[in-house]
Design a binder for this molecule. Structure first.
Ligand code: ADP
Length: 490
Protein backbone atom coordinates (compact mmCIF):
# COMPACT_ATOMS: atom_id res chain seq x y z
CA UNK A 1 0.00 0.00 0.00
CA UNK A 2 1.10 3.57 -0.63
CA UNK A 3 0.65 5.83 2.41
CA UNK A 4 1.44 9.50 2.86
CA UNK A 5 1.65 10.89 6.38
CA UNK A 6 0.98 14.62 6.65
CA UNK A 7 2.00 15.95 10.05
CA UNK A 8 3.41 18.91 11.94
CA UNK A 9 6.01 16.75 13.73
CA UNK A 10 8.28 13.82 13.01
CA UNK A 11 11.01 12.64 15.38
CA UNK A 12 13.85 13.32 15.58
CA UNK A 13 13.86 16.30 13.19
CA UNK A 14 10.70 18.03 14.41
CA UNK A 15 9.64 16.78 17.82
CA UNK A 16 7.76 18.57 20.56
CA UNK A 17 6.13 15.52 22.14
CA UNK A 18 4.67 12.10 21.42
CA UNK A 19 3.17 13.09 18.04
CA UNK A 20 6.68 13.25 16.59
CA UNK A 21 7.56 9.79 17.91
CA UNK A 22 4.32 8.32 16.57
CA UNK A 23 4.66 9.70 13.04
CA UNK A 24 8.20 8.34 12.80
CA UNK A 25 7.59 5.01 14.52
CA UNK A 26 4.39 4.17 12.66
CA UNK A 27 5.96 5.06 9.31
CA UNK A 28 8.92 2.84 10.02
CA UNK A 29 6.68 -0.09 11.01
CA UNK A 30 4.55 0.32 7.89
CA UNK A 31 7.67 0.27 5.72
CA UNK A 32 9.03 -2.82 7.44
CA UNK A 33 5.75 -4.48 6.51
CA UNK A 34 6.39 -3.73 2.85
CA UNK A 35 4.36 -0.57 2.33
CA UNK A 36 5.56 2.59 0.59
CA UNK A 37 5.48 5.49 3.04
CA UNK A 38 6.25 9.17 2.58
CA UNK A 39 5.99 11.93 5.14
CA UNK A 40 5.17 15.57 4.38
CA UNK A 41 6.29 18.17 6.93
CA UNK A 42 6.76 21.94 7.06
CA UNK A 43 10.35 23.01 6.45
CA UNK A 44 10.76 24.76 9.79
CA UNK A 45 13.98 26.68 10.30
CA UNK A 46 14.33 24.90 13.66
CA UNK A 47 14.40 21.37 12.18
CA UNK A 48 17.29 19.20 13.39
CA UNK A 49 19.08 19.55 10.04
CA UNK A 50 21.93 17.40 11.38
CA UNK A 51 19.47 14.49 11.31
CA UNK A 52 18.37 14.92 7.67
CA UNK A 53 20.40 13.12 5.03
CA UNK A 54 20.64 14.02 1.36
CA UNK A 55 18.48 17.12 1.58
CA UNK A 56 17.75 18.30 -1.95
CA UNK A 57 15.12 20.17 -3.93
CA UNK A 58 12.29 17.87 -5.01
CA UNK A 59 9.91 20.43 -6.52
CA UNK A 60 11.16 23.85 -7.49
CA UNK A 61 8.26 26.21 -8.11
CA UNK A 62 5.15 25.21 -6.27
CA UNK A 63 2.55 27.98 -6.25
CA UNK A 64 0.07 27.37 -3.47
CA UNK A 65 -3.30 29.17 -3.72
CA UNK A 66 -3.82 31.51 -0.77
CA UNK A 67 -6.34 34.34 -0.37
CA UNK A 68 -7.11 34.54 -4.08
CA UNK A 69 -3.40 34.78 -4.91
CA UNK A 70 -0.63 32.24 -4.43
CA UNK A 71 2.47 31.75 -2.29
CA UNK A 72 5.67 30.50 -3.82
CA UNK A 73 7.06 27.33 -2.22
CA UNK A 74 9.96 24.99 -2.72
CA UNK A 75 9.64 21.37 -1.68
CA UNK A 76 12.72 19.56 -0.40
CA UNK A 77 13.33 15.86 0.02
CA UNK A 78 15.57 14.15 2.56
CA UNK A 79 15.93 10.95 4.58
CA UNK A 80 15.29 11.00 8.32
CA UNK A 81 16.72 7.78 9.76
CA UNK A 82 15.70 6.05 6.56
CA UNK A 83 12.23 7.59 6.29
CA UNK A 84 11.40 9.50 3.10
CA UNK A 85 10.43 13.03 4.04
CA UNK A 86 9.25 16.00 1.99
CA UNK A 87 9.64 19.43 3.54
CA UNK A 88 7.54 22.36 2.36
CA UNK A 89 9.36 25.66 2.39
CA UNK A 90 7.02 28.66 2.09
CA UNK A 91 8.57 31.86 0.77
CA UNK A 92 7.07 35.31 0.88
CA UNK A 93 6.25 37.88 3.50
CA UNK A 94 4.49 35.52 5.94
CA UNK A 95 7.58 33.45 6.53
CA UNK A 96 5.27 30.77 7.89
CA UNK A 97 7.85 28.22 8.96
CA UNK A 98 10.82 30.43 9.82
CA UNK A 99 9.84 31.34 13.36
CA UNK A 100 12.52 29.47 15.33
CA UNK A 101 9.76 27.47 16.97
CA UNK A 102 7.23 24.83 15.93
CA UNK A 103 4.12 26.18 17.63
CA UNK A 104 2.85 29.07 19.68
CA UNK A 105 2.71 31.81 17.03
CA UNK A 106 -0.22 34.23 16.79
CA UNK A 107 -0.98 32.95 13.28
CA UNK A 108 -0.64 29.20 13.90
CA UNK A 109 -4.09 28.73 12.36
CA UNK A 110 -2.87 30.25 9.09
CA UNK A 111 0.53 28.56 9.22
CA UNK A 112 -0.99 25.10 9.42
CA UNK A 113 -3.99 25.76 7.18
CA UNK A 114 -1.45 26.85 4.61
CA UNK A 115 0.60 23.72 5.24
CA UNK A 116 -2.48 21.55 4.53
CA UNK A 117 -3.19 23.36 1.28
CA UNK A 118 0.48 23.20 0.26
CA UNK A 119 0.75 19.47 1.01
CA UNK A 120 -2.23 18.69 -1.22
CA UNK A 121 -1.09 21.05 -3.96
CA UNK A 122 2.29 19.34 -3.92
CA UNK A 123 0.67 15.92 -4.18
CA UNK A 124 -1.49 17.08 -7.07
CA UNK A 125 1.33 18.71 -9.02
CA UNK A 126 3.74 15.85 -8.50
CA UNK A 127 1.14 13.22 -9.36
CA UNK A 128 1.11 11.46 -6.04
CA UNK A 129 -1.92 9.24 -5.64
CA UNK A 130 -1.51 7.36 -2.37
CA UNK A 131 -4.05 4.82 -1.21
CA UNK A 132 -4.22 6.51 2.15
CA UNK A 133 -3.37 9.93 3.52
CA UNK A 134 -2.87 9.74 7.25
CA UNK A 135 -3.02 13.09 9.03
CA UNK A 136 -2.73 14.05 12.67
CA UNK A 137 -4.26 16.52 15.12
CA UNK A 138 -5.79 19.94 14.42
CA UNK A 139 -2.82 21.17 12.42
CA UNK A 140 -3.78 18.85 9.56
CA UNK A 141 -7.55 18.77 10.12
CA UNK A 142 -8.11 20.69 6.90
CA UNK A 143 -6.47 17.98 4.78
CA UNK A 144 -9.59 15.80 4.33
CA UNK A 145 -11.75 18.92 3.97
CA UNK A 146 -9.59 20.27 1.14
CA UNK A 147 -9.22 16.84 -0.42
CA UNK A 148 -12.94 16.20 -0.68
CA UNK A 149 -14.06 19.75 -1.38
CA UNK A 150 -11.36 20.86 -3.85
CA UNK A 151 -8.73 18.32 -4.83
CA UNK A 152 -11.05 15.43 -5.61
CA UNK A 153 -12.58 17.53 -8.40
CA UNK A 154 -9.08 18.27 -9.64
CA UNK A 155 -8.39 14.57 -10.12
CA UNK A 156 -7.34 13.23 -6.73
CA UNK A 157 -10.08 10.64 -6.56
CA UNK A 158 -8.10 7.76 -5.17
CA UNK A 159 -6.80 8.65 -1.68
CA UNK A 160 -8.78 7.96 1.46
CA UNK A 161 -8.04 9.72 4.74
CA UNK A 162 -7.28 8.34 8.19
CA UNK A 163 -7.22 11.08 10.83
CA UNK A 164 -5.67 10.54 14.26
CA UNK A 165 -6.62 12.56 17.31
CA UNK A 166 -3.62 12.83 19.62
CA UNK A 167 -5.06 15.44 21.96
CA UNK A 168 -8.51 17.03 21.97
CA UNK A 169 -7.42 19.92 24.13
CA UNK A 170 -6.06 21.70 21.08
CA UNK A 171 -8.61 21.88 18.27
CA UNK A 172 -7.50 24.75 16.08
CA UNK A 173 -10.45 27.00 16.86
CA UNK A 174 -10.28 29.96 14.52
CA UNK A 175 -12.36 32.32 12.41
CA UNK A 176 -13.82 32.75 8.98
CA UNK A 177 -10.65 34.16 7.40
CA UNK A 178 -9.20 30.64 7.21
CA UNK A 179 -11.93 29.65 4.77
CA UNK A 180 -11.08 32.51 2.45
CA UNK A 181 -7.36 31.92 2.83
CA UNK A 182 -7.59 28.21 2.03
CA UNK A 183 -9.98 28.69 -0.90
CA UNK A 184 -13.04 27.17 0.79
CA UNK A 185 -15.25 29.89 -0.52
CA UNK A 186 -18.79 28.77 0.26
CA UNK A 187 -19.04 30.47 3.62
CA UNK A 188 -22.53 29.32 4.64
CA UNK A 189 -21.84 25.76 3.54
CA UNK A 190 -18.72 25.34 5.67
CA UNK A 191 -20.02 27.41 8.60
CA UNK A 192 -22.57 24.75 9.32
CA UNK A 193 -22.91 22.64 12.43
CA UNK A 194 -22.52 19.50 10.32
CA UNK A 195 -19.22 20.74 8.95
CA UNK A 196 -16.65 23.15 10.42
CA UNK A 197 -18.67 25.41 12.70
CA UNK A 198 -17.53 25.16 16.31
CA UNK A 199 -20.08 23.36 18.49
CA UNK A 200 -20.09 26.05 21.16
CA UNK A 201 -19.16 29.29 19.47
CA UNK A 202 -21.27 29.72 16.37
CA UNK A 203 -18.98 32.39 14.96
CA UNK A 204 -15.88 30.20 15.28
CA UNK A 205 -14.45 27.60 12.95
CA UNK A 206 -13.06 24.34 14.32
CA UNK A 207 -10.33 22.68 12.24
CA UNK A 208 -10.22 19.46 14.24
CA UNK A 209 -13.96 19.11 13.83
CA UNK A 210 -13.45 19.47 10.08
CA UNK A 211 -10.97 16.60 10.19
CA UNK A 212 -13.41 14.38 12.10
CA UNK A 213 -16.33 15.16 9.82
CA UNK A 214 -14.49 14.67 6.52
CA UNK A 215 -12.02 11.83 7.27
CA UNK A 216 -12.94 8.31 6.24
CA UNK A 217 -11.77 6.95 9.57
CA UNK A 218 -10.81 8.63 12.82
CA UNK A 219 -8.57 7.07 15.45
CA UNK A 220 -7.58 8.08 18.95
CA UNK A 221 -4.25 7.05 20.43
CA UNK A 222 -5.62 4.63 23.01
CA UNK A 223 -8.91 2.72 23.49
CA UNK A 224 -9.42 4.21 26.98
CA UNK A 225 -9.04 7.76 25.63
CA UNK A 226 -11.72 7.01 23.04
CA UNK A 227 -14.09 5.99 25.85
CA UNK A 228 -13.17 9.07 27.85
CA UNK A 229 -13.80 11.50 25.02
CA UNK A 230 -17.06 9.82 24.13
CA UNK A 231 -18.43 9.64 27.63
CA UNK A 232 -16.84 12.44 29.66
CA UNK A 233 -16.14 16.16 29.44
CA UNK A 234 -12.63 15.42 28.20
CA UNK A 235 -13.72 16.00 24.62
CA UNK A 236 -13.61 19.78 25.11
CA UNK A 237 -16.90 20.27 23.31
CA UNK A 238 -16.49 17.76 20.48
CA UNK A 239 -18.72 15.11 22.11
CA UNK A 240 -21.66 15.64 19.79
CA UNK A 241 -19.49 15.47 16.67
CA UNK A 242 -17.83 12.28 17.91
CA UNK A 243 -21.20 10.67 18.60
CA UNK A 244 -22.53 11.61 15.17
CA UNK A 245 -19.47 9.96 13.60
CA UNK A 246 -19.32 7.09 16.08
CA UNK A 247 -19.34 4.52 13.27
CA UNK A 248 -15.93 5.52 11.97
CA UNK A 249 -14.07 5.86 15.27
CA UNK A 250 -11.48 3.49 16.70
CA UNK A 251 -8.93 3.53 19.50
CA UNK A 252 -5.44 2.24 18.67
CA UNK A 253 -2.79 2.33 21.35
CA UNK A 254 0.41 4.04 20.21
CA UNK A 255 3.45 1.88 19.81
CA UNK A 256 6.98 2.61 20.86
CA UNK A 257 9.83 2.39 18.38
CA UNK A 258 12.14 -0.13 20.04
CA UNK A 259 14.83 0.77 17.53
CA UNK A 260 15.02 4.17 19.18
CA UNK A 261 13.96 3.25 22.71
CA UNK A 262 15.83 0.13 23.71
CA UNK A 263 18.43 -0.02 26.51
CA UNK A 264 20.16 -2.92 24.77
CA UNK A 265 21.08 -0.82 21.73
CA UNK A 266 20.73 2.79 22.93
CA UNK A 267 23.62 4.91 21.64
CA UNK A 268 22.92 7.74 24.09
CA UNK A 269 23.62 5.87 27.32
CA UNK A 270 27.03 4.99 28.75
CA UNK A 271 26.20 1.32 29.49
CA UNK A 272 23.72 -0.76 27.55
CA UNK A 273 21.69 -3.32 29.43
CA UNK A 274 18.74 -5.66 29.18
CA UNK A 275 16.82 -8.26 31.14
CA UNK A 276 19.81 -10.58 31.13
CA UNK A 277 22.20 -8.02 32.60
CA UNK A 278 20.02 -5.62 34.49
CA UNK A 279 22.77 -4.72 36.96
CA UNK A 280 24.40 -2.69 34.18
CA UNK A 281 21.49 -0.25 34.51
CA UNK A 282 23.18 1.03 37.66
CA UNK A 283 26.20 2.21 35.69
CA UNK A 284 23.75 4.60 34.05
CA UNK A 285 22.37 5.58 37.44
CA UNK A 286 25.89 6.51 38.50
CA UNK A 287 26.41 8.46 35.25
CA UNK A 288 23.15 10.33 35.76
CA UNK A 289 24.16 11.24 39.29
CA UNK A 290 27.56 12.44 38.26
CA UNK A 291 26.10 14.49 35.38
CA UNK A 292 23.81 16.31 37.81
CA UNK A 293 26.13 16.37 40.84
CA UNK A 294 23.76 14.21 42.88
CA UNK A 295 25.30 12.44 45.83
CA UNK A 296 26.11 8.77 45.73
CA UNK A 297 23.88 7.19 48.38
CA UNK A 298 21.58 4.22 48.85
CA UNK A 299 18.55 6.02 47.44
CA UNK A 300 16.29 5.41 44.44
CA UNK A 301 16.19 7.98 41.65
CA UNK A 302 12.69 9.10 40.67
CA UNK A 303 12.24 11.12 37.47
CA UNK A 304 9.80 13.14 35.39
CA UNK A 305 10.35 13.70 31.66
CA UNK A 306 7.82 15.64 29.63
CA UNK A 307 6.23 18.87 28.55
CA UNK A 308 5.48 21.19 31.46
CA UNK A 309 1.82 21.67 30.64
CA UNK A 310 -1.23 21.67 32.92
CA UNK A 311 -2.31 18.44 31.21
CA UNK A 312 0.65 16.69 32.82
CA UNK A 313 -0.51 17.30 36.40
CA UNK A 314 2.10 19.91 37.30
CA UNK A 315 0.92 20.55 40.88
CA UNK A 316 1.36 16.83 41.50
CA UNK A 317 4.78 16.85 39.86
CA UNK A 318 5.85 19.66 42.17
CA UNK A 319 4.39 17.84 45.16
CA UNK A 320 6.08 14.58 44.17
CA UNK A 321 9.49 16.26 44.14
CA UNK A 322 8.94 17.48 47.67
CA UNK A 323 7.51 14.16 48.85
CA UNK A 324 10.22 12.01 47.25
CA UNK A 325 13.01 14.08 48.77
CA UNK A 326 11.37 13.72 52.18
CA UNK A 327 11.02 9.97 51.71
CA UNK A 328 14.71 9.38 51.00
CA UNK A 329 14.70 9.51 47.19
CA UNK A 330 16.54 11.55 44.62
CA UNK A 331 14.59 13.39 41.93
CA UNK A 332 15.48 14.41 38.38
CA UNK A 333 13.18 16.44 36.15
CA UNK A 334 13.58 17.22 32.44
CA UNK A 335 10.93 19.43 30.86
CA UNK A 336 10.03 22.48 28.84
CA UNK A 337 7.16 24.88 29.26
CA UNK A 338 5.56 26.70 26.34
CA UNK A 339 3.60 28.89 28.76
CA UNK A 340 5.58 31.76 30.31
CA UNK A 341 3.93 31.51 33.72
CA UNK A 342 4.64 27.82 34.03
CA UNK A 343 8.22 28.35 32.82
CA UNK A 344 8.66 30.93 35.56
CA UNK A 345 7.23 28.61 38.25
CA UNK A 346 9.66 25.88 37.32
CA UNK A 347 12.58 28.28 37.15
CA UNK A 348 11.71 29.22 40.73
CA UNK A 349 11.55 25.56 41.67
CA UNK A 350 14.91 25.01 40.04
CA UNK A 351 16.39 27.89 41.99
CA UNK A 352 14.90 26.50 45.17
CA UNK A 353 16.51 23.08 44.71
CA UNK A 354 19.66 24.33 43.06
CA UNK A 355 22.11 23.22 45.73
CA UNK A 356 20.17 20.19 46.87
CA UNK A 357 22.36 17.06 46.76
CA UNK A 358 19.38 14.87 45.82
CA UNK A 359 17.54 16.92 43.23
CA UNK A 360 18.16 18.28 39.76
CA UNK A 361 15.74 20.20 37.55
CA UNK A 362 16.76 20.58 33.93
CA UNK A 363 14.64 22.99 31.90
CA UNK A 364 14.91 22.59 28.13
CA UNK A 365 14.38 20.04 25.38
CA UNK A 366 17.16 17.49 25.20
CA UNK A 367 16.49 14.22 23.41
CA UNK A 368 19.88 12.67 24.22
CA UNK A 369 19.65 13.54 27.91
CA UNK A 370 16.16 12.04 28.13
CA UNK A 371 17.66 8.64 27.24
CA UNK A 372 20.16 8.86 30.11
CA UNK A 373 17.37 9.79 32.53
CA UNK A 374 15.13 6.89 31.48
CA UNK A 375 18.13 4.55 31.83
CA UNK A 376 19.47 5.96 35.11
CA UNK A 377 16.26 6.41 37.10
CA UNK A 378 14.38 3.60 38.86
CA UNK A 379 10.94 5.19 38.91
CA UNK A 380 9.15 7.62 36.60
CA UNK A 381 6.07 9.62 37.53
CA UNK A 382 3.28 10.49 35.07
CA UNK A 383 0.51 12.09 37.16
CA UNK A 384 -1.46 13.48 34.20
CA UNK A 385 -4.82 15.16 34.51
CA UNK A 386 -5.62 13.43 31.22
CA UNK A 387 -3.37 11.47 28.90
CA UNK A 388 -4.48 10.41 25.39
CA UNK A 389 -1.77 7.75 25.29
CA UNK A 390 1.51 8.78 26.88
CA UNK A 391 4.84 7.42 25.76
CA UNK A 392 7.04 8.19 28.75
CA UNK A 393 5.51 5.41 30.85
CA UNK A 394 6.09 2.94 28.01
CA UNK A 395 9.69 4.11 27.64
CA UNK A 396 10.04 3.75 31.41
CA UNK A 397 8.86 0.12 31.19
CA UNK A 398 11.36 -0.74 28.49
CA UNK A 399 14.20 0.80 30.53
CA UNK A 400 13.25 -1.00 33.76
CA UNK A 401 12.12 2.31 35.28
CA UNK A 402 8.93 1.62 37.19
CA UNK A 403 6.05 3.93 36.19
CA UNK A 404 3.88 5.60 38.81
CA UNK A 405 0.91 7.00 36.94
CA UNK A 406 -2.55 8.39 37.31
CA UNK A 407 -5.02 5.86 35.87
CA UNK A 408 -6.32 7.88 32.94
CA UNK A 409 -6.36 7.41 29.14
CA UNK A 410 -3.45 5.43 27.73
CA UNK A 411 -1.81 5.28 31.16
CA UNK A 412 -4.70 3.12 32.36
CA UNK A 413 -4.34 0.94 29.25
CA UNK A 414 -0.64 0.25 29.82
CA UNK A 415 0.18 0.32 33.55
CA UNK A 416 -1.11 -2.32 35.96
CA UNK A 417 -0.79 -1.73 39.67
CA UNK A 418 1.66 -3.94 41.58
CA UNK A 419 -0.74 -4.36 44.49
CA UNK A 420 -4.25 -4.06 43.10
CA UNK A 421 -4.37 -4.92 39.39
CA UNK A 422 -6.63 -7.91 38.65
CA UNK A 423 -3.73 -9.70 36.98
CA UNK A 424 -1.08 -12.23 38.00
CA UNK A 425 2.02 -10.59 39.55
CA UNK A 426 4.21 -11.20 36.52
CA UNK A 427 1.86 -9.00 34.46
CA UNK A 428 1.85 -6.10 36.89
CA UNK A 429 4.30 -3.40 35.96
CA UNK A 430 3.93 -0.22 38.03
CA UNK A 431 1.76 1.80 40.39
CA UNK A 432 -1.45 3.63 39.66
CA UNK A 433 -3.67 6.08 41.53
CA UNK A 434 -7.00 7.68 40.73
CA UNK A 435 -7.52 10.85 42.73
CA UNK A 436 -5.98 13.93 41.20
CA UNK A 437 -4.57 15.31 44.44
CA UNK A 438 -1.52 15.10 46.69
CA UNK A 439 -2.94 12.20 48.68
CA UNK A 440 -3.52 10.31 45.42
CA UNK A 441 0.04 10.46 44.17
CA UNK A 442 1.42 9.92 47.68
CA UNK A 443 -0.56 6.69 47.96
CA UNK A 444 1.24 5.30 44.92
CA UNK A 445 4.67 6.79 45.64
CA UNK A 446 4.57 5.54 49.21
CA UNK A 447 4.01 1.96 48.05
CA UNK A 448 6.67 2.17 45.34
CA UNK A 449 9.33 3.68 47.59
CA UNK A 450 8.43 1.23 50.37
CA UNK A 451 8.94 -1.71 48.01
CA UNK A 452 12.30 -0.33 46.84
CA UNK A 453 13.59 -0.02 50.38
CA UNK A 454 11.99 -3.03 52.07
CA UNK A 455 11.62 -5.64 49.33
CA UNK A 456 14.28 -4.93 46.70
CA UNK A 457 13.87 -8.38 45.19
CA UNK A 458 10.19 -7.71 44.45
CA UNK A 459 11.01 -4.26 43.17
CA UNK A 460 13.45 -5.83 40.75
CA UNK A 461 10.78 -8.27 39.62
CA UNK A 462 8.52 -5.33 38.90
CA UNK A 463 11.25 -3.74 36.79
CA UNK A 464 11.66 -7.00 34.89
CA UNK A 465 7.91 -7.36 34.37
CA UNK A 466 7.92 -3.94 32.72
CA UNK A 467 10.87 -4.78 30.52
CA UNK A 468 9.08 -7.87 29.25
CA UNK A 469 6.00 -5.92 28.11
CA UNK A 470 5.59 -5.58 24.36
CA UNK A 471 4.46 -2.08 23.48
CA UNK A 472 6.24 -2.10 20.14
CA UNK A 473 4.60 -1.01 16.88
CA UNK A 474 3.95 -4.62 16.00
CA UNK A 475 0.30 -4.76 17.09
CA UNK A 476 -0.66 -1.11 16.43
CA UNK A 477 1.02 -1.29 13.01
CA UNK A 478 -1.30 -4.15 12.07
CA UNK A 479 -4.33 -2.29 13.46
CA UNK A 480 -3.54 0.78 11.34
CA UNK A 481 -3.09 -1.39 8.26
CA UNK A 482 -6.49 -2.94 8.93
CA UNK A 483 -7.99 0.57 9.07
CA UNK A 484 -6.21 1.61 5.87
CA UNK A 485 -7.42 -1.49 4.02
CA UNK A 486 -10.92 -1.00 5.32
CA UNK A 487 -11.18 2.58 4.04
CA UNK A 488 -9.38 1.84 0.78
CA UNK A 489 -11.76 -0.98 -0.12
CA UNK A 490 -14.92 0.69 1.11
P1 ADP B 1 3.02 14.41 24.83
O1 ADP B 1 2.84 13.91 23.44
O2 ADP B 1 1.77 14.83 25.51
O3 ADP B 1 4.09 15.44 24.93
P2 ADP B 1 4.05 11.72 25.37
O4 ADP B 1 4.33 11.01 26.64
O5 ADP B 1 3.12 11.06 24.41
O6 ADP B 1 3.57 13.19 25.73
O7 ADP B 1 5.42 11.94 24.57
C1 ADP B 1 6.46 12.68 25.09
C2 ADP B 1 7.71 12.45 24.25
O8 ADP B 1 8.48 13.66 24.24
C3 ADP B 1 8.63 11.39 24.84
O9 ADP B 1 9.40 10.82 23.80
C4 ADP B 1 9.52 12.21 25.77
O10 ADP B 1 10.75 11.57 26.03
C5 ADP B 1 9.71 13.45 24.94
N1 ADP B 1 9.98 14.68 25.70
C6 ADP B 1 9.10 15.47 26.34
N2 ADP B 1 9.71 16.52 26.91
C7 ADP B 1 11.02 16.40 26.62
C8 ADP B 1 12.19 17.18 26.92
N3 ADP B 1 12.10 18.29 27.63
N4 ADP B 1 13.38 16.76 26.44
C9 ADP B 1 13.45 15.62 25.70
N5 ADP B 1 12.41 14.85 25.39
C10 ADP B 1 11.21 15.22 25.84
Amino acid sequence: MYIIQIASECAPVAKVGGLGDVVFGLSRELEIRGNAVEIILPKYDCLRYDKIFGLQVAYQDLWVPWYGGAIHCTVFFGFVDGRKCFFIDAHGEHNFFNRRTFYGQHDDDQRFAFFCRAALEFMLKSNKHPDVIHCHDWQTGLVPVLLYEIYQQLGMRHPRVCYTLHNLQHQGVTREHILRAAGLNRHAYFYHQDRLQDNFNSSALNLMKGGIVYANFVTTVSPRYLDEILYSAQNYGLGHTLHVHRGKLGGILNGLDYDVWNPETDRHIPRRYGLEHLDDKFVNKAALRSRFWLRDALRPVVCYVGRLDQQKGLPLVAHAIHYCLNQGCQFVLLGTAADGRIAHQFQELKRHYNDHPDCHIELGFNEELSHLIYAGAEMIIVPSLFEPCGLTQMIGLKYGTVPIVRATGGLADTIFDADYAPKPYHERNGYTFNDFNNAGIESALHRAIGLWYSYPRYFRELMENGMRCDYSWNHPGQHYLNVYEYIRDK
